[in-house]
Ligand binder design. Structure first.
Ligand code: MG
Length: 280
């Protein structure tokens, strides 16, 4: 065995041990036209062979974060969201008797630094900073106490919502599931205590939302168990868990940042769509 090969094998052994319980940050990215998953350590990216949900190994190749284009950190088959899940957001409305679910689409998902596109008829487009659960294994019908075994990690998300459409439409489809209405990232972090993380939202640098995930009405494990009664969840599927406090309307060129403790800052700019007059 060459020295280089031995070194790589040792690294893989060390990382395999670490992957179990330690805090690890995963990214998905493009480098020279090639899409890969990697482990992020500071500014260093360690490339992985295979996807993060099926025992990846280190390829031995390292890159700098500045050299890669970040993608959304996973590719969900489904995107589920829970509404009204912090008392600070519920206000005077009754506490839901069970988690209130709605859907976004995989095509709503964008990466850190991608633009949120605001169509010309959007008049009340809000951010919603949220903790997002990333499922690690196929799962159906599990109890609350089993749920943690199926959760890969967490990321930050922005459940972008057009409030007028949310009020007026038959369902929340265009209000919640339009293209670009689901920024997630920049990383998926494993090994965190997702039941007590600080979640903050800034609009153009000003703090708007700040709360800990221990204040969730229905916590992460409860949400996963509840959803698993009805829907099979697959590796990479994601669940937005609800937003705290109050939200505000955004306008083109605004910068919105969602920061989740242990994950980092998800930053996106709002951009006016170049849609056609008379399209509807
Ligand atoms: Mg929400």
């Amino acid at each position: 065995m060459t020295k280089k090969r031995l070194f790589i094998t040792l690294l893989i052994a060390i990382y395999s041990t670490l992957l179990g319980s330690e805090v690890t940050k995963y990214i998905r990215y493009v480098y020279q036209g090639q899409e890969s998953y990697g482990i992020l350590e500071g500014e260093t990216v360690r490339e992985l062979d295979g996807d993060i949900f099926s025992a990846p190994t280190l390829s031995g190749k390292t890159l700098q974060l500045s050299e890669v284009q970040l993608l959304a950190p996973c590719k969900p088959t489904k995107v589920i969201a829970v509404g009204l899940n912090y008392r600070s957001h519920i206000g005077n409305r009754p506490i839901p008797k069970y988690p209130g679910l709605f859907a976004k689409y995989p095509s709503s998902i964008i990466a850190h630094e991608e633009s949120i596109i605001m169509t010309s008829d959007a008049t009340d487009l809000h951010y919603e900073g949220e903790l997002v659960i990333v499922i690690g294994k196929e799962v159906k019908n599990i109890t609350v106490s089993e749920a943690h075994n199926y959760i890969f990690g967490v990321t930050a998300g922005n459940d972008v919502s057009e409030r007028k459409w949310q009020r007026d439409d038959l369902q929340w489809l265009r209000a919640k599931a339009s293209d670009t209405f689901g920024p997630i990232g920049p990383v998926i972090t494993t090994g965190l205590n997702y039941n007590d993380l600080l979640l903050q939202t800034r609009l153009n640098g000003e703090l708007q939302q700040s709360e800990r995930t221990k204040d969730l009405v229905y916590n992460v494990d409860t949400i996963v168990s509840y959803i698993s009664r009805y829907l099979t969840l697959f590796p990479g599927d994601i669940i937005f868990t609800g937003t705290p406090g109050t939200t505000k309307a955004m306008k083109p060129n605004d910068i919105v940042e969602i920061e989740l403790e242990g994950v980092g800052v998800l930053r996106n700019k709002v951009v006016a769509a170049k849609d056609k007059k008379g399209i509807y």
